[in-house]
Structures are given as structure tokens and as C-alpha cells.
Design a protein around this ligand. Structure first.
Ligand code: AP5
Length: 216
């Protein structure tokens, strides 16, 4: 069992790599972004509270996402957890540390996916996902094999995100640099940080992550 954090700005490829790790290693992706988007889609009270915040590209409160992660961790994961988009603040990182101690699981690695801002605009503006199974695509770098049909589950429910536009992306990036990037130093100081080149092609990024996970 291996537990890891994927750390990186919006569009770095965290979700793409998390899905591959689920398939290849039986790990479980815990994406706070996906959990929040699901709450919005279902029209829950939580969804109504966070919809505007997310549309602006700001972070929702620490308490909300810590509660979501705690509930999901309770369900367990044989192959280990992939924390995708969590933690995003120092408070969240401390809370995750406490949670892991309480649940008797350890954090094996924090993988920083390094990319530059120019690439992120292109990635985010070309992204679409399957509304049924969550598979992630891109107009240029990863189109579906048959137009309008998900390669994985055959659904035609392909969606673009409301926050995937240049204006909101700017706010999301600012939030990342102000509130999330300090986690790089936090985990470096704990000796848990590894970096991979997130600009490489998807398979090369996956290989670099596998190298970190399989390090003796
Ligand atoms: P969230 O859903 O977590 O979004 P994000 O962190 O902004 O990350 P993204 O999903 O945009 O990108 P990604 O790194 O997963 O990239 P992907 O693999 O899709 O959060 C959304 C919002 O929820 C936040 O703004 C905030 O409001 C709220 N929130 C969530 N968690 C929170 C928390 N913990 N605290 C507070 N608020 C929180 O790839 C992007 C595109 O690039 C795809 O099209 C893909 O096909 C393509 N691609 C991927 N890898 C490559 C590659 N190597 N080469 C070429 N193309 C690639």
C-alpha cells in the first residue's frame, strides 16, 4: 500500500496521472475538486455553497475539504490513496498529517509536477472530460478516438469545465502560488518531496512517477 500526494498547479496533469495509477496499481484517487464538482452537479447544500467560489477560481474553506477527505479516507483503499488537489494550504497539510496518524497510514511520497504557466493555458483551454467515468481528454494532445464518444466507457456525455477559461485560470494560478506552493518547502523539509517534469508526454510523466513509487 502506497499513499501519495500529487502536487501541482491547475492543468499540471494530476488528474490524468491519478487515473493511470488507479488502473495500474489499484490505488484510489481522492480529488477534492471532483468531490466538490459532484456536489455542484447534484445540487446539494454543499454544492450551492461552493459553486460561486469555484467559478471565480478561489479556494473553498479548509474545513470543507478536510471534512470531505476524512469521510473518503474512512472508506479505505487497498492499493493506497492518491491525494489529488489536496492539500492546498498549510492548514490542510497539517490536517492530513494528523488524519494519517489517527488512521495509522503513512505518507510515502509527495510528487511535485513541474510545468510552466504558458503550457497550462493551452492544457486547460483544450481539456474536456467524460461526465460518466471521469476520463480526461484534450482537443490536441489526447482527443477521443471516435469524435464525441468516450474511449473508456462509450458515453457521449463529454463536458468542459466552467472554470477552464483564461480569466479564471489566472485566479486559480494566483491561489496556487500564494497558498499552495509553500507546500513544496513544507514537504521538502520533511524529506518527502520528489519532482517530475510535468511537461513531458503523459507516458513519460507516468514512468517518472513510477520510478519514485518503486524506489527501494
Ligand atoms: P481541481 O479540480 O482540483 O482543479 P485543479 O487543481 O485546478 O487541477 P485541474 O483539474 O485543473 O488540473 P490537473 O492537474 O488535474 O490536470 P489534468 O490531468 O486534468 O479544483 C477545482 C477547484 O475546486 C479549485 O479551483 C477550488 O475552488 C476547489 N478546490 C479543490 N480542491 C480544493 C482544496 N483542497 N482546497 C480548497 N479548494 C479546493 O490535465 C489538464 C489537461 O492537460 C487535460 O486536457 C489533459 O489531457 C492534458 N494533459 C495532462 N497531462 C499532459 C501531458 N503530460 N502532456 C500533454 N497534455 C497533458
Amino acid at each position: 500500500m502506497v499513499n501519495i500526494i500529487l502536487l501541482g498547479p491547475p492543468g499540471a496533469g494530476k488528474g490524468t496521472q491519478a487515473k493511470r495509477l488507479e488502473e495500474s496499481r489499484g490505488m484510489v484517487q481522492l480529488s477534492t475538486g471532483d468531490m466538490l464538482k459532484e456536489a455542484i452537479a447534484k445540487g446539494t447544500e454543499l454544492g450551492k455553497r461552493v459553486e460561486g467560489i469555484m467559478a471565480r477560481g478561489e479556494l473553498v474553506t479548509d474545513e470543507i475539504v478536510i471534512g470531505l477527505i476524512e469521510a473518503k479516507m474512512g472508506e479505505g483503499a487497498k492499493g493506497g490513496f492518491i491525494f489529488d488537489g489536496f492539500p492546498r494550504t498549510l492548514k490542510q497539510a497539517d490536517a492530513l498529517g494528523d488524519l494519517m496518524v489517527r488512521k495509522g497510514v503513512k505518507l510515502d511520497a509527495v510528487i511535485e509536477m513541474q510545468v510552466d504557466d504558458a503550457a497550462l493555458v493551452a492544457r486547460v483551454s483544450g481539456r474536456f472530460t467524460c461526465g460518466n467515468c471521469g476520463a480526461v481528454y484534450h482537443d490536441v494532445t489526447r482527443p477521443t478516438k471516435a469524435s464525441g464518444i468516450c474511449d473508456v466507457c462509450g458515453s457521449t456525455d463529454l463536458r468542459r469545465r466552467a472554470d477552464d477559461n483564461e480569466v479564471t485560470l489566472k485566479t486559480r494560478l494566483m491561489e496556487y502560488y500564494k497558498k499552495t506552493s509553500p507546500l513544496i518547502g513544507y514537504y521538502y523539509a520533511k524529506g518527502q518531496l520528489s519532482a517530475v517534469d510535468g511537461l513531458a508526454e503523459v507516458k513519460a510523466v507516468a514512468d517518472a512517477i513510477a520510478k519514485v513509487l518503486d524506489k527501494p
